[in-house]
Design a protein around this ligand. Structure first.
Ligand code: ARG
Length: 442
């Protein structure tokens, strides 16, 4: 029974939150006259001693005491005696664990926010250094159109900013205090839930005691936001794995964030990127696991809910680790400007520019221009050359109206420069976005 029932091995991570919650509760019990000031003072002092014992590693956690709540209370009893027994007046472990865990998840939202901020700044640094460097833009992982390095970096800044706002949004919603919901129905004691809510920096107390003790939405929202964030990181990690390969050579990863092979001396492996790519597995796994635990649970508390913590702890730890490693990699990687440019020019990447030129200069309907361009690409492919290498005479065989003005739009530089629509890849637009982000992140 102890093996399946006890949670102390993992919920000891909630010690600080548990003690903070108990201190707020004891102060409120005294303020409302439910316990004496003297008892509240003894409890307060005692809890501080317990906290320092835990923080200094001098606390003997006991499995037979089941969880962090009972471990703290039992030790408090040893230290202060009788008043310790009054602490649990007008509360239950059901609202206690709900409050502890909310406090913990709320702290994590703040920690993740700070970590994402650092990663966004690292990406912004890369974007600024190569705002106008040309690289291939891909669809279907096939070269599509030339884009700029800065534009690509900023795409991840946008994603991370959405992640950030998801965590902030979840934090706002979870910032209500369940303390005082007691076992499930509230309490007959004249407690002041607004007072404890304020002491614990919640916006307000929760409004329904049944919901308060049975709700784990805050943990699920954290996991959902973490899953999407980890998914974003996995996509960037995948790009870094591809980009650092010998076939691409778009970036050189620093030695600091790569590993060697135990057998192949020439190898430099992007292990950190691969592990970040993999982290989504356990983080989304945690999300699915907790959703599945909560599904179909009748109101209010059921012991099933004790399975919430390990999932959230593991997901939070690994998300923080993944963001930190990604930040380190981004700060230290070197984009290979010449390789990026050469790759951008391959795969007839300016074919759309050619079609657009036919529309603009010869007034062709876009569908016809698309067709003419297709024929020119086929010709270049047959000759084994790129579009700008075709002669004017060759081009005029396909469409008589073509003039040598066309060569002006076939370079990758001209291509990216022309894409000045709002949000487009042109260096002017990219620099504007960089300025906007610098301001927003400062
Ligand atoms: N360890 C428990 C948990 O994590 C604390 C709440 C226990 N409540 C109870 N009624 N047994 O959920």
């Amino acid at each position: 029974m102890e093996a399946i029932n006890a949670s102390i091995d993992f919920d000891k991570r909630l010690a600080q939150q548990d003690i903070e919650g108990s201190r707020a509760h004891a102060a409120m019990l005294a303020a409302t006259g439910i316990i004496t000031d003297k008892d509240a003072e003894a409890i307060r002092e005692g809890l501080l001693t317990v906290l320092s014992e835990i923080e200094s590693g001098n606390f003997a956690f006991s499995k037979s005491l089941e969880d962090i709540h009972m471990n703290v209370e039992a030790r408090l009893k040893e230290i202060v005696g009788e008043p310790a027994g009054r602490l649990h007046t007008a509360r239950s472990r059901n609202d206690q664990v709900a409050v502890d865990f909310r406090l913990w998840v709320r702290d994590q939202c703040d920690a993740v926010d700070g970590a994402i901020d650092a990663l966004m700044k690292a990406l912004l640094g890369q974007a600024e250094a190569g705002a106008d460097w040309v690289m291939p833009g891909f669809t279907h992982l096939q070269v599509a159109q030339p884009v700029t390095w800065g534009h690509h970096m900023l795409a991840y800044v946008e994603m991370l900013n959405r992640d950030r706002s998801r965590f902030a949004d979840a934090r706002k919603r979870m910032n209500e205090s369940p303390l005082g919901a007691a076992a499930l129905a509230g309490t007959g004691f004249p407690i002041d839930r607004h007072m404890t809510a304020e002491a614990l920096r919640f916006d307000r107390p929760t409004a329904n005691s049944l919901d308060s003790t049975s709700d784990r939405d805050f943990a699920l929202e954290f996991l959902a936001a973490a899953s999407i964030c980890a998914m974003h990181l996995s996509r960037f990690a995948e790009e870094l794995v591809i980009w650092s390969s010998a076939q691409f050579r778009f970036v050189s990863m620093s030695d600091q964030w790569s590993t060697g092979s135990s057998i192949m001396p020439q190898k430099k492996n992007p292990d950190a990127a691969e592990l970040i790519r993999a982290k989504i597995g356990r983080i989304f796994g945690a999300n699915v696991a907790l959703m599945t635990v909560m599904k179909g649970l009748p109101l209010t508390y059921s012991k099933d809910m004790q399975e919430d913590k390990e999932q959230v702890f593991d997901a939070a730890d690994n998300l923080m680790l993944a963001i930190a490693a990604m930040t380190g990699m981004v700060e230290t990687m070197t984009p290979m400007k010449d390789n990026l440019r050469a790759a951008a020019a391959s795969g007839f990447s300016t074919a759309t520019d050619l079609a657009d030129w036919l529309v603009r200069e010869l007034n062709l309907p876009f569908r016809d221009a698309h067709h003419v361009t297709g024929a020119l690409v086929a010709m270049a492919e047959k000759k084994g050359c790129d579009l700008p290498d075709l002669s004017l005479a060759d081009m005029q065989c396909v469409h008589q109206g073509i003039t040598d003005g066309v060569f002006g739009v076939l370079t990758v530089e001209a291509s990216v420069m022309s894409r000045q629509s709002y949000g487009g890849t042109s260096p002017v637009r990219v620099r504007e976005q960089i300025a906007r982000w610098k301001e927003a992140l400062s």
